[in-house]
Design a protein around this ligand. Structure first.
Ligand code: 15L
Length: 265
């Protein structure tokens, strides 16, 4: 497939662009930043919140799918979060509809359901329960995916990613870790699954301590192979471990994340 990857210069983006290329896909990179050394393919240093810039990319490239990873990974005031996650997704969907590109794989987040207590199951039927404005924006972006599937028949997959890291770095991440290799497996499965329509996938590895439902991903062909438990002896306990295990969103529930919606903190 010929795939546009947004956020291609980020940590997940670099992993995914290399992984997809290794698996025989043609990758077109898009990021605010210039292309990383070694990237081999077309690169667009543009803002995907700018619909004209996005349209120009789609006019220049024949694409089979989009992997939308761009976005601020941290909490911000609400307007910035909406631009970062919702405007970008909307601009991409507009261009996809205009150019007949039918597959969108989206880096959503566990923080779309981060307010769910640890005692409750987490599966594809879990209702939105954001823990932050970041999570609110991910919920809204997922709603755009749902609308695009219903209105235009696009295949749109919201990957509610846990903690993408080279290795798990905290006790919480022993449950929420997404390994680099599993990230590539997940994205490729979401890109190539036959006619999924709108789907939600939990983007985590096969962690012994994980509790989010892996079945929706498996139905799309995402079979995670890594397990954070193998690195458990390298993870030191921290003072926030108990608080972080109380809700899906872990540290995003901390009072330090609270801020006014409409003003920068
Ligand atoms: C996310 O969605 C964030 O982008 C990332 O910074 C991590 O905090 C991750 O979730 C997580 O929950 O560990």
């Amino acid at each position: 497939m010929r795939v546009l990857v947004t956020g291609a210069a980020g940590s997940l983006g670099r992993t995914v662009t290399v992984g997809l290329a290794d698996r025989g896909h043609d990758v077109v990179g898009l990021d605010l930043l210039p292309e990383p050394e070694g990237f081999d393919g077309p690169w667009y240093a543009v803002d995907c919140a700018d619909p004209d810039a996005v349209e120009a990319v789609f006019q220049a490239e024949r694409l089979d799918g989009v992997v939308h990873l761009a976005g601020d990974p941290d909490e911000s005031a609400l307007p910035a979060a909406l631009v970062s996650h919702v405007h970008t997704t909307a601009a991409l969907i507009d261009a996809m509809v205009a150019h007949g590109v039918r597959r969108l794989v989206y880096a959503s987040s566990n923080h779309a359901v981060g307010g769910v207590p640890r005692s409750e199951p987490v599966d594809e039927t879990t209702l939105p329960r954001p823990d932050t404005y970041y999570g609110v924006a991910k919920v809204a972006a997922e709603a755009l995916l749902r609308l695009a599937a219903d209105r235009h028949g696009l295949d749109t997959i919201a990957c509610r990613i846990g903690s993408f890291r080279a290795q798990p770095e905290s006790v919480r991440q022993l449950a929420t870790w997404l390994s680099p290799d599993d990230a590539v497996r997940m994205v490729e499965a979401a890109l190539t699954a036959p006619a999924p329509g709108f789907a939600v996938v939990y983007g985590v590895s096969a962690n012994t301590r994980g509790w989010w439902d892996l079945e929706p991903g498996r139905r799309l062909g995402y079979e995670p192979l890594d397990d954070a438990e193998e690195a458990a002896d390298q993870v030191a306990p921290g003072p926030d471990d108990a608080a972080e295990s109380a809700y899906v969103g872990g540290p995003f529930l901390a009072p330090s994340m609270h801020r006014p919606a409409m003003r920068d903190a």
